[in-house]
Design a binder for this molecule. Structure first.
Ligand SMILES: [Zn+2]
Length: 454
């Protein structure tokens, strides 16, 4: 019988930003229409039983590299977004350094290539190049979600000089366009690199020495200051440690609009792991947590909002690719889409943070920051992107369960509480009891600066 609604998710406990409640979620044409107490039953064509489950908005991961187009031996959109969907992430914003979107034509080419290749909804970010002729406002009008900027040469992307940074921030402030800035000082990292080479070093200890805390601090200080002077909506990418947050807080108190993004590798992994695991812990900035006290300070920062948003910074390589050369040659980055939500869920269920804070930092804040209307919240009018979680579930993170082409995870061997039972994208089940049940049906999400062309 045809009901007034397409779908009701019934019997679950809905988790929002500030609390939770026993509510049934009614969906029509892919959107949440009503949240009602169980006593108020209405007719719907389809019912999903959420008895004993938590119902969360789908997570929104805005710092993701899927190498497609690019080096698809490392990842591609189908595998990367499968990892996302299976772990409760229903929206991503993607950018790939090896195939950067630097012009409106490149954006159009990438959009055409990606049609039908994503299991989750996706936005695309552009790369700022050290080229004054780059058409930044054209990229914004054609629908990129944000602009990625490097203060140091990394992954083949050139460093943006302070002069260019200042000019770009002024332009972005005028447009109201957000930036995600990778902050490590180019002069400090280059000098350290040269000295380490001269000393003949190629042990894993080069990583913390090369990508040092002073290099990160100098860049964050400059970027947060230039954000204050320009008013640009800057996100400091992957903040590694409490001293960086402290520096940023000082700038925020002076009025800088810059906010901090951080990732599980800065909450869960320790600095000394690189000595044992080498290239399998090569990412930058590197892990800087040394002891439980450091880690606790990072968790406090997440819980207080000093860490504004979470992402995976998913940048996968296979184990073979990581270990093919020496530590200098190994690609930077970790796979993260398979594990970020599972780790945060475990952290919430074991009391280091709360589910409400996970929804805030890994769904609501990124969706707001990058203008993903309809994402990251569970309220009338929002997209019916839902994650159903069994809080009593338990599992072991293992390489075998990884959907990313990476095929491994730095978190293997960790027992985690809570499990993702099913995932819906705009009201359509994508994952059901851990099994994928649809073809890729993710849609491109144009950024908020999009101007429709006739
Ligand atoms: Zn990244």
């Amino acid at each position: 019988m045809q009901g007034a609604f397409d779908l009701v998710v019934k019997g679950g406990v809905v988790v929002g930003l500030t609390g939770r409640g026993q509510l049934d979620v009614y969906v029509r044409e892919g959107k949440v229409v009503a949240l009602e107490p169980p006593s108020r039953t209405m007719a719907a064509s389809r019912t999903v039983d959420a008895d004993g489950l938590l119902v969360l908005p789908g997570m929104v991961d805005t710092h993701v590299h899927l190498m497609d187009p690019g080096d698809v031996t490392r990842e591609n959109f189908p595998t990367g977004t499968l990892a996302a969907a299976c772990s409760g992430v229903t929206t991503i914003i993607e950018h790939t350094h090896g195939w950067p979107v630097t012009s409106p034509d490149r954006l159009a080419e990438k959009r055409a290539h990606l049609r039908g290749r994503s299991y989750v909804d996706y936005g695309l970010a552009a790369h700022v190049w050290d080229d004054a002729a780059q058409d930044i406002s054209g990229l914004w009008r054609r629908g990129v979600s944000f602009f990625k900027i490097f203060t140091c040469a990394t992954h083949g992307v050139p460093a943006v000089t302070h002069d260019r940074l200042s000019e770009v921030f002024d332009l972005l402030a005028d447009l109201g366009a957000p930036a995600l800035v990778h902050c490590e000082d180019d002069q400090i990292t280059s000098a350290s690199e040269r000295r380490l080479h001269e000393a003949g070093r190629n042990d894993p200890g080069i990583l913390p020495a090369w990508r040092s805390l002073p290099a990160e601090l100098v860049a964050v200080g400059t970027v947060a200051l230039l954000a204050r002077l320009s008013g640009a909506r800057v996100t400091i990418a992957h903040v590694s440690s409490p001293p960086v947050l402290e520096l940023l807080r000082d700038e925020q108190l002076r009025g800088s609009p810059a906010v901090a993004e951080s990732c599980p590798q800065y909450l869960f992994l320790h600095e000394d792991e690189v000595y044992e695991h080498g290239a399998l812990r090569k990412f930058t900035p590197p892990a800087r947590v040394r002891c439980t006290d450091d880690a606790q300070e990072m968790w406090r920062a997440l819980n207080s909002g000093a860490i504004h948003l979470l992402s995976s910074d998913h940048a996968p390589s296979t184990r073979e690719q990581k270990l093919a050369g020496d530590i200098w040659q190994a690609p930077f980055g970790l796979p993260g889409l398979d594990t970020t939500f599972r780790l945060m869920l475990d952290a919430a269920l074991s009391g280091r943070t709360s589910l409400e804070r996970v929804v805030g930092a890994y769904a609501r804040a990124p969706a707001r920051r990058y203008g993903l209307a309809g994402k990251g919240r569970l309220a009338p009018g929002a997209d019916a992107d839902l994650v159903l979680v069994d809080p009593s579930g338990q599992s072991l993170i293992a390489d075998e369960g990884v959907h990313s082409k990476a095929g491994w995870t730095p978190y293997a061997g960790r027992a985690v509480r809570g499990s993702v039972v099913s995932v819906l994208l705009r009201g359509v089940p994508v994952v059901d009891n851990g099994r994928v049940v649809t073809a890729p049906s993710g849609q491109f999400m144009a950024g908020p600066g999009t101007v429709e062309e006739d």
